[in-house]
Design a protein around this ligand. Structure first.
Ligand code: PMP
Length: 300
């Protein structure tokens, strides 16, 4: 569950929207926005560590790419989005926090066709120290419940778009898990293979080897790609392959990766309980913590 906090429409601070900085409470959109009625919006989630946005270029490229995948070209380049993101981070004086760029189809026309709608863009920044609050305690691993909801067929939606419309499934799965006393959902794909959690990718460790599902039906997370490289650099073998739910019975460690979640250990999946927060997860967590705080090299 999310930590209690101020409502998101009643905070101090600044939100960049459509080319200018708005005070947080004034950053509003019209109720007839196409993005609200038909799910036409794409977004990003980024983390700020010590005044730098980690993987800002990768996230900004993905935002622009998500817009293209939805046939919703953004009116800005990735480089411009990077500049606006830094501006709003500085305006809010946040050195460690979270960045949420968002692009949506506006209220200029109504109906499924959206060619006449403008693409609007906003960027908000806030402090968000932790994404997961495990019900078993702050230092416990997460408990996942396999959801009845599946990740969608890549022929149904462009699954590599970080598109708001797809998140309805994650919200249903997360609510289902929460009601049953778990922390998050384990989502399968249309073939019944292990896919990911509601908002983070999944890795398993078996006999010292790391394995993660192939991102055919779900987002190939930037953290997932970062952790695969990090683990290989540390000398681990990382295999991308299909994982069936039964395969989880023999694993020693499971962890999730995501920008908000960072590296989050899992201690339970349905009836598989008492998974330890093991040495591979610990080592990657610590190496990831070091990596995100490395200062980016200055452009020549
Ligand atoms: N899957 C889903 C459904 C997500 O929402 C996220 C978070 N964006 C991820 C995976 C992880 O992606 P990333 O590492 O790029 O944050």
């Amino acid at each position: 569950m999310a930590a209690p906090g101020l409502p998101f429409d009643d905070r101090d601070g600044w939100i960049w929207m459509d080319g200018k900085m708005w005070s947080w409470r004034e950053a509003k959109i019209h109720v007839m926005s196409h993005g609200l009625h038909y799910g036409g919006s794409v977004f990003e989630g980024e983390r700020i560590y010590d005044g730098h946005i980690f993987k800002l270029k990768e996230h900004s490229d993905r935002l622009v790419g998500s817009g293209q995948l939805l046939d919703m070209p953004l009116p800005y380049t990735s480089e411009q989005i990077m500049d606006f993101s830094r501006e709003v981070m500085e305006a809010n004086k946040i050195d460690n926090g979270y960045v949420r760029p968002l692009a949506w189809r506006g209220p200029e026309a109504m109906g499924i066709a959206a060619q006449a709608c403008k693409t609007h863009v906003a960027i908000a920044v806030w402090e968000w120290p932790k994404y997961f609050f495990p019900k078993s305690g702050d230092n416990a691993g997460l408990a996942l419940k396999t959801s009845k909801w599946r990740r969608c067929d890549p022929r149904t939606m462009p699954v590599q778009a970080k598109c708001a419309g797809i998140y309805g499934i994650g919200t249903l799965a997360k609510h289902e898990a929460d009601r049953a006393g778990f922390d998050d959902a384990l989502m399968l794909d249309i073939h019944g293979r292990v896919a990911e959690a509601s908002g983070a990718n999944l890795f398993v460790v078996k006999d010292g080897m790391i394995k993660t599902p192939v991102p055919e039906c779900f987002l190939n997370g930037i953290t997932r790609q970062t952790v695969i490289k990090l683990a290989r650099d540390l000398g681990y073998t990382v295999e991308e392959g299909h994982i069936m739910p039964d395969d989880l019975n023999g694993v020693q460690e499971i962890f999730l990766t995501g920008t908000a979640a960072e590296i989050a250990p899992v201690s339970k999946v349905d009836n598989i309980v008492n998974l330890p927060i093991g040495p591979v997860t610990e080592r990657l967590k610590s190496a990831y913590g070091d990596l995100v705080r490395q200062k980016p090299a200055k452009a020549a």
